[in-house]
Design a protein around this ligand. Structure first.
Ligand SMILES: [Zn+2]
Length: 409
């Protein structure tokens, strides 16, 4: 009786990595309810033993839930285990041999998390290119539609040839291409036109304790990693934001503060394209006010509200409650969902079900993370139902959500 029913448009996911996730779609997904260290090792071993030549890939490893080590997979064909945030990876002995053929430098730096963060695109490209094809993209986008997602932005082109794959699959209208500076610079003029904007990373991720915080992680003797010094970051923004929109990955409060300060000091004025902060999980109220005054957009992931629980073991005291502060951003600072605040999944996971559940009923119970259904629709959905719709049932008593997508054919 108390269940609320609504029909909402399909999702427009503002942050994903479709080619990478298409490559990973048949991977062993370790982000399952009830997964243990033992069951994870057993499932990866079974897949590797039964697999053909090449990589056995496992994804979704949550190091907050259980440990895994390279030695758990030695003696098997090539295995790579990617962490939930895809900023960390484990490669077994035979995998290291195979990796040397793909990319010598990545193979040489596997145990150097600092290098991995600074070269993340290069690391992920090894796996994104595995079996990349227009057919695979087509299957992947079909699965997304079943999950209630019409379009996903490609936040990091694997290379300019990825644009051709999207064209071959007839899917270019369901994405928007973002590229690292070096990918953009080396692209042909025709492909440069097709690239919507430039993506920069200023820090890492929480799971691998590389998101740059003002305080030390509980499980490490450091604050995370800032990937640029202030001058270099400011120069990069000055150079690219006058040409293209920019998306700047910044998760930790120290990284977000640095990015906002760098944008302030560029003084590009009206000639500046839109700049988005990606993730912005630990943005403070004072920095949010400066970001709003600069006209910055925030591209955030309601599903990352879960990080408050998942990474409670490593985040400094007080941080879990400050993650994804949607109420502060909307009610106190004046960000408007769908205008300068919008949502995506980063593929963790894709789909309306988890996105909506985490938006309405975040796991940690932090009130500051709660969105209304109207804010969700404004910030996450297509403007209309031409492509299909999602029937939603919300049960506020049991704090549960049921969402079923219907696709217009
Ligand atoms: Zn991402």
């Amino acid at each position: 009786m108390t269940v609320i029913r609504r029909k909402i448009p399909l999702l427009r996911d503002r942050h994903s990595h479709p080619l990478l996730y298409a490559a990973l779609m048949n991977a062993v997904d370790l982000n399952q309810p009830g997964e243990t260290r033992e069951s994870a090792i057993e499932r990866v071993r079974a897949a590797a033993a039964g697999g053909g030549i090449g990589w056995t890939i496992a994804t979704g490893w949550n190091s907050g839930r259980f440990d895994l080590d390279k030695s758990d997979f030695d003696g098997l064909p090539p295995v790579v285990v990617l962490s939930l945030s895809i900023h960390g990876l484990i490669v077994n002995d035979t995998g290291r041999v195979l990796l040397r053929e793909h990319d010598d430098a990545v193979a040489a730096h596997l145990d150097d998390q600092d290098w991995i963060e600074r070269n993340l695109r290069r690391v992920l490209n090894v796996f994104a290119r595995t079996g990349a094809s227009a057919e695979r993209l087509t299957v992947f986008f079909g699965r997304l539609r079943d999950l209630g997602v019409h379009s996903v932005e490609e936040m990091l082109l694997v290379g300019e040839d990825e644009i051709q794959l999207f064209d071959d699959a007839g899917l270019a209208s369901r994405t928007q291409f973002w590229a690292a500076p070096e990918t953009y610079d080396s692209a042909s003029p025709a492909h440069r036109e097709r690239i919507h904007g430039i993506k920069l990373f200023t820090d890492g991720a929480i799971g691998v304790t590389t998101a740059a915080l003002h305080e030390k992680y509980l499980t490490a003797n450091h604050n995370g990693i800032l990937l640029y010094n202030d001058d270099v970051l400011e120069a990069l923004i000055s150079r690219y934001a006058s040409t293209k929109p920019m998306a700047i990955h910044a998760i930790g409060d120290a990284a977000i503060d640095q990015a906002v300060s760098a944008i302030e000091s560029t003084r590009l004025g009206a000639s500046r394209h839109v700049i988005r902060i990606e993730h912005a999980q630990f943005i403070s109220e004072s920095t949010a006010r400066r970001a709003k005054a600069l006209g910055l957009h925030l591209s955030m992931q309601p599903n990352f509200s879960e990080d408050s629980v998942t990474y409670a073991d490593r985040l400094p005291a007080g941080y879990p409650a400050c993650n994804n502060p949607f109420r502060m951003l909307i009610d106190r600072v004046g960000f408007v969902p769908g205008v300068d605040l919008y949502f995506g999944s980063d593929g963790m996971p894709h789909g309306v079900q988890e996105a909506l559940r985490q938006s309405l009923f975040p796991d940690g119970g932090h009130e500051g993370q709660v969105l209304t259904i109207d804010e969700f629709v404004a910030g996450y959905c297509l403007p209309g139902m031409a492509h299909g719709s999602i029937d939603v049932e919300i049960d506020p008593v049991n704090r549960s959500v049921r969402a079923i997508a219907t696709i217009a054919r």
